[in-house]
Design a protein around this ligand. Structure first.
Ligand code: IPE
Ligand code: IPE
Ligand code: MG
Ligand code: MG
Ligand code: MG
Length: 300
């Protein structure tokens, strides 16, 4: 690995693995609510980097575990993430028309269907985790801790709470400290949970779980900082969503508070800190290292 590690090929392989599993966990069934099922499928499979599931699998492997075992929870994280995007794009929230290179769920279907598609994905996620219990026979406690980790990260003390803070900060001057709190909650929490859940399922020691959680926190914050940067500097064709929306909605972002150059510097420092947390890990953590470096060069 090291210099020979091919991140692009790795991501492609993992994306394929995740997509195949997602299709199995969320089959398209014709029934009275077929329209809802269609909307859930549309948003889930129209695109997406699958970063949260990939991080979860990579963390399981980093502690010597098996990626396959972590797959249901990894997929559940993607369902929760996709639900958060559908709701984030609603007119009452960020009011966006383009997502993953296609019309947003409420544009393709309608607002009510988009709300329900989000609800459907969120609940399907927890069903998927519970249904994985047979894989954890004899160590059900691990799955329960994962469940608690994911629920806390997704809910009012995590992502949903962060989304509230994000909306309340619109059009207002925020301090750097407030901004960090928003980003850690709305985006950092779920990414951190992905890494932590993977480390737990992979059988990591307490010390390893703590180190990887620290990595996840740095990663998660940096991910939203670079999302803010892309909103200023990125291209719709690469990102699959419209840039320039943060300024339009007067969102609390790092470029707005710190300026572009200081924001880039901040992101570089955080990536260094994320890499430091991985120091005690050997080759098996190479994907996590490359994923952290990728944050500074990503275009989507
Ligand atoms: C976008 O997430 C929303 C944020 C939390 C910044 P991603 O950039 O991971 O979006 P997809 O899943 O690849 O579409
Ligand atoms: C998203 O933040 C956070 C979520 C929980 C979805 P943004 O609102 O910046 O995400 P994008 O830029 O619309 O993807
Ligand atoms: Mg938003
Ligand atoms: Mg948004
Ligand atoms: Mg954004």
């Amino acid at each position: 690995m090291g210099a020979n590690f091919d991140l692009k090929a790795y991501l492609e392989e993992r994306r394929g693995m995740v997509n195949q599993a997602l299709k199995a966990y969320l089959p398209q069934v014709r029934g009275p609510a077929f329209r809802l099922n269609q909307a859930m499928h549309y948003s889930l499979f129209v695109g997406g980097k699958r970063l949260r599931p990939i991080l979860c699998l990579a963390a399981a492997v980093a502690v010597g575990g098996d990626a396959g075992e972590a797959l249901p929870v990894a997929c559940a994280l993607e369902m929760i993430h996709t639900y958060s995007l559908i709701h984030d794009d609603l007119p009452a929230m960020d009011d966006d028309d383009l997502r993953r290179g296609q019309p947003t769920c409420h544009k393709q279907f309608d607002e009510a269907t988009a709300i329900l598609a989000g609800d459907g994905l969120l609940t399907a996620a927890f069903h998927t985790i519970a249904a994985a219990a047979p894989r954890f026979e004899g160590r059900e406690g691990v799955l329960l801790e994962v469940l608690q980790t994911v629920a806390a990260a997704a809910g009012y003390q995590g992502m949903v709470g962060g989304q509230m803070l994000d909306l309340l900060a619109e059009g207002r001057q925020v301090t750097l400290k407030e901004l960090e709190t928003i980003h850690r909650h709305k985006t950092g929490a779920l990414l951190t949970a992905a890494v932590r859940a993977g480390a737990l399922m992979g059988g990591g020691s307490r010390a390893e779980v703590t180190l990887l959680t620290g990595y996840g926190e740095k990663f998660g914050l940096t991910f939203q900082i670079t999302d803010d940067l892309l909103d200023v500097e990125g291209e719709a064709a690469e990102m699959g969503k419209a840039p320039g929306m943060d300024e339009k909605r007067q969102k609390a972002t790092y470029p707005a508070v710190l300026g572009l150059e200081a924001t880039r510097e901040w992101a570089r420092r955080l990536v260094e800190e994320a890499l430091t947390a991985l120091k005690p890990f050997k080759e098996r953590a190479e994907p996590l290292r490359e994923l952290a470096r990728y944050l500074l060069v990503r275009r989507a």
